[in-house]
Design a protein around this ligand. Structure first.
Ligand code: DGL
Length: 289
């Protein structure tokens, strides 16, 4: 068996911890270094150029200073806007979350019509429409810019969040219906959104059925997927089982080192909830302005 690798993972904030969690479950023997660029969040409202610069800085820190041999961009926005820029910035393999997300959508959808909730920047890039199109799927994307701040606030179970989700989903389903889509799968196209999955599923359950909706397009039958699991599977495949370990399913012993560019106390407090185990001591990292 090959030596267990050091894997660098980054996102603008807590969202990437949903991917990190899936990675540690798949590859418990790897060593993980995580960066949450909380000082410069949200990425989802910024330009391609700015996101590419921020993402390249995190990538270079992980590779040059932390010895990462492989990077997982646990951020849809950076994956959509800056995958090439990140690949150019570091001499190690880089895996984004959009491709695995589209592959998971293809496995989940019977009708070939999928809905995508994502940040403004991801939606404007149409990265999901392109990746889903390459899988033979038709995708309708919806920007949901209020959701990342609500998650960063820890409001994952809150009446305000539920109302916001209801408005976004109601609009998305209405737009899909207006285009006569027969959507049966909802992709959470931002790594923050799996933290809202219970709220999203509850809202889908309660949304009224439109008289014109076909059976499969009923919100209650919508499959909700995110790219965390399929990204972790793709990463594990690349390492050919090198870090799989005997206890697949996760290990509290997996070595994780976390950095945040701001609010380390908040990251320690809320991060453990999102990672499903204590994040430990979070170190403050200065990546510049
Ligand atoms: N979690 C990130 C994503 O997957 C970005 C959130 C943000 O900073 O806007 O898109």
């Amino acid at each position: 068996m090959k030596d267990a690798p050091t894997i660098g993972v980054f996102d603008s904030g807590f969202g990437g911890l949903t991917v990190l969690r899936a990675l540690t479950e798949r590859m418990p023997l790897a060593r993980f270094v995580f960066v949450g660029d909380t000082a410069r969040l949200p990425y989802g409202s910024k330009s391609r150029r700015t996101v590419a610069r921020y993402a390249a800085e995190s990538a270079q820190f992980l590779v040059r200073e932390q010895g990462a041999q492989f990077l997982v961009i646990a951020c849809n926005t950076a994956s959509a806007l800056a995958l090439d820029a990140i690949q150019d910035a570091v001499p190690v393999p880089v895996l984004g979350v959009i491709e695995p997300g589209a592959q998971a959508a293809r496995r989940a959808s019977a009708t070939g019509d999928v809905l995508v909730m994502a940040t403004d920047a991801t939606v404007q890039s149409h990265a999901y429409a392109a990746a889903c199109g390459a899988q033979g799927l038709r995708a309708m994307e919806k920007a949901c810019p209020l959701l990342v701040p609500l998650v960063e606030e820890g409001w994952t179970e809150h009446a305000v969040t539920e109302e916001v989700v209801r408005v976004y989903l109601g609009e998305l389903l209405a737009e899909a219906e207006a285009r006569e889509m027969d959507a049966d799968t909802l992709v959470l196209g931002c790594t923050h959104y799996p933290l809202l999955r219970p709220v999203i599923e509850r809202v889908l359950e309660g949304l009224p059925r439109s008289p014109n909706a076909r059976d499969r397009g009923h919100p209650r039958l919508m499959r909700v997927i995110d790219s965390a699991q399929s990204t972790a599977e793709a990463a594990a495949r690349l390492f050919d089982g090198a870090a799989a370990g005997p206890d697949a399913g996760g290990s509290a012993q997996t070595e994780i080192r976390c950095f945040a560019t701001d609010s380390v106390e908040k990251f320690e407090r809320l991060g453990s909830r999102f990672l499903g185990r204590p994040v430990g001591k979070v170190e403050l990292l200065d990546l510049g302005g």
